[in-house]
Design a protein around this ligand. Structure first.
Ligand SMILES: Nc1nc2c(ncn2[C@@H]2O[C@H](COP(=O)(O)OP(=O)(O)O)[C@@H](O)[C@H]2O)c(=O)[nH]1
Ligand SMILES: [Mg+2]
Length: 328
């Protein structure tokens, strides 16, 4: 397997097509994907990754578009990764949405990528993380990741962000309940969008109370910003808060801490994937495995001791490893 030096070189020279091809290749785990990521890895770590999450229809795509324009005014380059399958970046857009997006998609400083829907969300999280790395390696200053904030899997995607915007809107009825369901703590900046609607101020108050009640969150108190995304109202203030949070993380040890935690999880995931890849290969070619299955079903043996037997080399290796690491 080889990496794709030509694609990498073309993308580095500024070819948007090469960049898109490279992402497709890595997304689909085509041959050379890992080598490409290996090659690009030293160039990553420069971009600031901003997660944008909230319920469907809350205005994530509209805000992503407006925040991008604000960042472009400050001469930052921007990569957008839309994980939300209904977002207007995804081609299935309504005409109005497509027109709305047009000026950012024709801007050279902006690269938009929609993630294809995956069979498994684990796969989606990995594909998203890999896409972010590629955009990072190719010099985007900011990478905005739009994702629907509904389940644990989306929360996992948001975990790849340095900073997260949590969008809510008035008039959903149980919006606070929805936020409480596990995602409140991931918000670094709270956005009350559709502030042209009734109930926006009440929602701000409720959010503020909830933040007061939530357990110690450290020195950063998430600000709450009201926006009307369609009109761009409140977006300059929001962009300022984003830059403020970035500065806060960079000047303290926040960014390093987040990235250490992320690297730790990533390394462990990769090791697990490698090991499980070999176990699957082994069992695939092991003709006696079918017998084992039959015996387990017939209760002639138990699955636990078989699992131990297959992984025995790791257990042995661990004994050596333990002593070895203990010494040095
Ligand atoms: N009234 C109002 N409508 C908005 C606002 N922001 C977005 N919308 C509309 O809400 C709909 C959903 O927006 P979209 O950005 O696609 O939401 P997403 O599903 O969270 O990405 C669109 O029709 C937008 O034009 C706002 O601040 N006020
Ligand atoms: Mg959307």
């Amino acid at each position: 397997m080889t990496s794709h030096p030509s694609l990498v070189d073309e993308a580095l020279a500024g070819s948007v097509r090469a960049l898109a091809k490279l992402i497709t290749m890595v997304e689909n785990e085509m041959p050379g994907a890992t080598e490409t990521l290996q090659q690009l890895y030293p160039k990553t770590g420069q971009a600031f990754i901003l997660g944008i999450t909230g319920p469907p229809g809350s205005g994530k795509s509209t805000l992503t578009d407006k925040i991008t324009k604000e960042l472009r005014k400050k001469d930052f380059t921007v990569g957008i990764v839309a994980v939300d399958p209904t977002s207007p970046f995804t081609g299935g857009a309504l005409l109005g949405d497509r027109l709305r997006m047009q000026d950012i998609t024709s801007d050279e400083g902006v690269f938009v990528r929609s993630m294809a829907t995956r069979g498994t969300l684990g796969g989606l999280a990995k594909a998203t993380a890999d896409t972010i790395k590629i955009l990072d390696a190719f010099g985007k200053d900011f990478i905005l990741v739009e994702t629907v904030g509904v389940g644990q899997d989306e929360v996992d995607i948001v975990k790849t962000a340095d900073s997260t915007l949590l969008i809510s809107v008035p008039g959903l009825g149980d919006e606070i309940q929805a936020l409480k369901a596990g995602i409140m703590e991931i918000g670094d900046i709270f956005v009350v969008n559709k502030a042209d609607r009734e109930g926006a101020d009440r929602l701000v108050t409720e959010l503020s109370l909830m933040l007061d009640l939530s357990p110690a969150r450290g020195p950063w108190r998430p600000p709450i910003i009201k926006t009307i995304a369609t009109l761009g109202e409140g977006v300059p203030e929001l962009a300022e808060k984003i830059l403020e949070h970035r500065k806060f993380l960079q000047e303290g040890d926040g960014l390093l801490k987040k990235r250490n935690e992320r690297a730790r999880e990533e390394i462990i995931n990769l090791i697990e994937q490698e090991i499980s890849k070999y176990i699957h290969k082994m069992l695939k070619y092991d003709v006696t495995f079918y017998e084992v299955i039959e015996q387990v079903v017939a209760r002639k043996r138990d699955p636990y001791s078989y699992a131990r037997k297959i992984t025995e080399p790791f257990a042995k290796y661990y004994q050596i490893y333990k002593v070895d690491k203990g010494k040095s």
